[in-house]
Design a protein around this ligand. Structure first.
Ligand SMILES: [Zn+2]
Length: 265
């Protein structure tokens, strides 16, 4: 009888979610004196994921020697592999407090990613990377301007990164606004940077509005391609590094539905 009452109380507490995990744990621990251990274990297994201390990555901050030994293609493969883990919910467990201390003196990231500001594109997570692994430049619509180019030149020529990745994404508000010709404050001027991609997109099916998913997709890809072209057109320094094989430039679009990064050919 006591067992039944205790189980009912536990069920009520957890279903209504009225107590924080610590108090629920405490309640289960107290109940453990009165009910069989196997039942406690079963309940606990539903609420917690245990990770062995040895599986938490603590020394993954890239060193100068490791960065220098990397080729652009190895970095590309590392980003691809990280995205596979992200899509498969197999992210690396990291101890951030140790990584912060280890990277405090210097940084040797392997890539710079230009992304949109969109909150649904957490760049480090998308590539399963930690502190000190990648530079991230962000501007709504992931287009190129002088400040972004300066950041890319710093990341590669000065800090040694081997890959530049322009990462667009599906359902981009900036792309939608550029297609629809939205005007508001500084947004009006910002969207002019995306207009070349709108003009290059010539899908014949459907209206030329942001409601046309085919058009939005085409503009997203063209916007990435134009950014990749602008990098070598506007920065002789980066073009020379590409020509010498020191760095590579890649483009991709992030799929909101699956979490997959689709690299452009
Ligand atoms: Zn966006």
């Amino acid at each position: 009888m006591l067992l039944v009452v205790l189980l009912q109380i536990l069920k009520l507490i957890i279903m209504k979610n009225i107590l924080n995990p610590l108090r629920i744990t405490t309640t289960i621990a107290i109940a453990a004196f009165a009910i069989p251990n196997t039942m406690v274990a079963q309940q606990a297994a539903n609420d917690f994921i245990e990770i062995e201390r040895s599986r938490i990555l603590v020394e993954d901050v890239l060193s100068e020697e490791e960065q220098a030994a990397l080729t652009p293609n190895q970095v590309f493969e590392s980003l691809q592999a990280g995205n596979f883990r992200f899509v498969g919910s197999d992210l690396t467990a990291r101890d951030h407090s140790i990584q912060i201390r280890e990277s405090a003196e210097a940084q040797y990231p392997k890539a710079i990613v230009l992304s949109c500001v969109d909150s649904r594109v957490p760049v480090e997570d998308v590539f399963d990377k930690g502190i000190g692994d990648i530079f991230v430049a962000r501007v709504a619509g992931n287009f190129i301007n002088d400040d972004i180019l300066g950041s890319m030149e710093f990341a590669t020529k000065v800090a040694g990164a081997k890959l530049i990745l322009v990462l667009g994404h599906e359902n981009c508000g900036a792309i939608h606004a550029a297609i629809d010709g939205a005007e508001l404050g500084h947004i009006t001027k910002m969207l002019k940077n995306i207009q070349p991609a709108v003009e290059r997109s010539t899908v014949s099916e459907g209206p030329r509005t942001s409601k046309n998913r085919l058009l939005v997709h085409e503009v997203s890809e063209n916007n990435v391609r134009i950014a990749m072209e602008d990098i070598v057109k506007e920065s002789s320094l980066l073009k020379e590094m590409v020509d010498n094989g020191e760095i590579e430039i890649k483009g991709a679009v992030y799929d909101m539905d699956t979490g997959a990064v689709i690299f452009l050919k």
